[in-house]
Ligand binder design. Sequence first.
Ligand code: PRP
Length: 188
Amino acid sequence: MATTTAPTFPPAAGMDILFTKAQIADRVHALGQQISADYAGKDIVLIGVLKGAAIFLSDLARAITVDATFDFVAVSSYGRARVSSGAVKLIKDIDNPIENKNVILVEDILDTGLTLSYLRGLMLQHKPASLKIATCLDKPSRRLVPIEADYVGFSIPNQFVIGYGMDFAERYRNVDDIRLFPEDTPGH
Ligand code: PRP
């Protein structure tokens, strides 16, 4: 009979650091400058994908110097890896119209690509003037559908990471650097 193991939550302080707070801040600042240059003289709408993107969006937005408004969407979560059927369900839609707006979808991590592929299709139905994707982390080796981000913080191999918005069983989102979650943790 299958047994389930309750997750355990080792302290983040004992996990190896992949990117320090300072490295993240430098990279986010650079992305903000790049976005500000690309959209010079224009307004943008940053659409964050809850919950993971909340921290990255708040830092990225403050590194951007063009006028920006925020919106948020939420999709059903199957954990870090989406089911292979590609089933992603919208739980919370945008609050404001984006027709003729310059939109950037903001994610913490681009993994199989199923979430952003679904959201991109959904957002395009609203006929924005432009639609780009910004992600803090990219795991290209995990992709199940062809999709790339326009702005990438860091590209990483297939490692399970926590911190800077990213969770394990909803924990660790407030860890201020990005750390490697130990593979041998019960419940992982
Ligand atoms: C994570 C992440 C992305 C998605 C990426 O969300 O925030 O939304 O997975 O994976 P994909 O490219 O394979 O679709 P998660 O379901 O962990 O929810 P969270 O944002 O609330 O942590």
